[in-house]
Design a protein around this ligand. Structure first.
Ligand code: C2O
Ligand code: CU
Ligand code: CU
Length: 535
């Protein structure tokens, strides 16, 4: 099929999905600013909050000297308190949205980019046609109207571009931001708020000598995933965060395309985790280090009240083995990694900052005295454990085999295709499903291309039931294994080489297409993505 036919087919699918008869008949409901909406606000929906988001090209001062061309989302609040939106002015980050469970939200998305694009609300439990599936991609000048009620519990969710085969490049250019949800239960805990509740979006970027973003997606980088040379926090390089002598809530998002972090405080202070993807844990957990793969979030508690003024602390990413050894050679750098990059499948990695090496992420400086008003609650929010016996397929787990072969990234041997639902991808609505992600667990030995895959499923959050790893991979695995948080609600889980991770996921309320894919965005774009059809 040639490209034109593909495009026409996509349009047809798009309009069919929207319930619009012909691909040539544009609906007449027009937005302000000349955008043409491809769908209409629904009559029965009365929004508590209405935000208009516009995707545009922009130039932002990131480094000293020349400005950097990025793709920037800018928002305005049409209805609701101004506090629901922070445009993150002066950075490439998309606006931070702060919403409350139970609110009815209308998000009007205008595409003013010289390319197709669409946004997806990662981790949010929304109807299929509000989820930003790539089939809804907007052309320049088009608008999509999202309407949904916030059903999720309080948590640090996010949103990003989800455009067919160019998600990685679009997210890298700036199309990603936070979607923070609060609820009464969380608010009753009296956790640090305002200036003491700090979102930290961790990403990596490379710049050329003109300060422009470098993104290359040749085969090597696609197989490994793009690794930037510069760590960015909230869109800034070499970030230093000034703090006061009191307790903080840090909301970490790994918004990188493919980089996996193994985070620890440089002075050996344990990491106190209070939340993961789908909100607060039942109770806080302490770890020497925590793993954070692309798409995942972590909420940390850090108390600086005993620190003296001037103290500096660094959040580092520590060394780990990202893959099994083959002939004694780390596949992705790391241990004894070679200058300028590691090895993958016998080929040189191209990053100056290889995956699994040791480097600083964020520097913190205690610069003022303040009274501490918070102590870490012993218990946070209750979490009901899902039971295998309640799964519709309790004795027959749905297995999703992860593989990279012949220069392709596959799920159960399949590559992404729009409108290509296979029988094992059909899920009854309102069922609980037992799902296992198998990354060469049964192989005993990995192929050259066993890599870590952060697996994500759209729709409702899931729970991790167990992790199993084969003996061949156990040495590498030991460099990461105590950094996984098993409790709480998740929407993305890192599956290491030789590992099998079993989860329980509810598919309640909404019928339609819900994607599952690797959140290494280069893998996703290479086709490591599929749809479930819930019906
Ligand atoms: Cu964060 Cu399908 O995406
Ligand atoms: Cu998602
Ligand atoms: Cu992957």
């Amino acid at each position: 099929m040639n490209t034109t036919t593909n495009l026409q087919r996509r349009k047809l699918l798009k309009y069919a999905a929207l319930g619009i008869a012909g691909a040539v008949t544009y609906p007449s409901w027009a937005q302000t600013g000349g955008f043409v909406s491809v769908n209409r606000p629904s009559d029965g929906f009365s929004a508590d909050v209405e935000i208009e988001l516009t995707m545009n090209t922009a130039e932002i001062a990131i480094l000293t000297g020349q400005k950097t061309r990025v793709w920037k989302v800018t928002g305005k609040v049409n209805k609701g308190s101004p506090g629901v939106l922070d445009n993150n002015e002066g950075t490439y980050l998309a606006p931070t949205l702060r919403l409350k469970k139970g609110q009815k939200v209308r998000l009007i998305l205008n595409n003013n980019l010289p390319a197709q694009s669409i946004l997806h609300w990662h981790g949010m439990h929304v109807p299929s046609n509000m989820d930003g599936n790539p089939m809804y991609a907007l052309d320049q000048g088009e608008t999509y109207i999202y309407e949904f009620e916030i059903l999720n519990r309080a948590g640090t969710y996010w949103y990003h571009a989800h455009t067919h085969s160019v998600t990685a490049r679009q997210v890298y250019s700036g199309l990603a931001g936070l979607f923070i949800v609060s609820d009464d239960q969380e608010q009753a805990l009296n956790l640090p708020e305002g200036d003491y509740d700090v979102p930290l979006v961790i990403q990596d970027r490379s710049f050329d000598s003109q300060n422009q973003l470098v993104y290359s997606a040749h085969m090597m980088q696609r197989m490994q995933g793009f690794l930037g040379e510069q760590i960015m926090v909230n869109g800034r390089p070499d970030k230093v965060l000034p703090v006061a002598t009191r307790a903080y809530r840090f909301r970490l998002l790994n918004g990188s395309n493919s980089r996996i972090y193994k985070l620890a405080w440089n002075d050996g202070t344990p990491i106190t985790v209070i939340g993961v993807d789908g909100g607060l844990l039942g109770s806080p957990e302490q770890h020497q280090y925590v793993m954070l793969s692309p798409g995942e979030r972590l909420e940390l508690w850090m108390d600086f009240s005993e620190r003296t003024l001037g103290t500096e602390l660094t959040l580092r990413s520590l060394q780990f083995d990202a893959a099994s050894h083959r002939g004694g050679m780390g596949m992705m750098g790391g241990r004894g990694g070679m200058m300028g990059g590691g090895m993958m499948g016998g080929m040189m990695s191209v990053s100056a900052l290889p995956s699994g090496s040791d480097y600083p992420v964020l520097k913190i400086r205690v610069d003022r005295k303040e009274e501490n008003k918070h102590s870490l609650p012993k218990s946070l929010t209750p979490i009901t454990a899902l039971q295998i016996k309640n799964a519709a397929n309790a004795t027959q787990p749905k297995t999703i085999a992860l593989s990279m072969q012949h220069m392709s990234a596959l799920l159960n041997g399949r590559s992404y295709k729009m409108n290509d639902i296979q029988p094992d991808e059909i899920i009854p609505v309102n069922s609980l499903q037992l799902i296992e992600f198998d990354n060469g667990f049964g192989d005993g030995m990995h192929g050259m291309m066993n890599m870590p895959h952060p697996m994500h499923m759209h729709g409702e959050q899931f729970q991790i039931i167990k992790r199993e790893v084969n003996s061949r991979s156990s040495d590498s695995y030991a460099t990461v294994s105590s950094g996984f948080i098993q409790s709480g609600w998740k929407d993305t889980v890192l599956v290491m080489p030789g590992e099998k991770v079993t989860v329980l996921k509810p598919f309640n309320d909404f019928k339609g297409l819900f994607m599952y894919h690797c959140h290494n965005l280069e893998h996703e774009d290479m086709g490591m993505m599929r749809d479930f059809l819930v019906k």
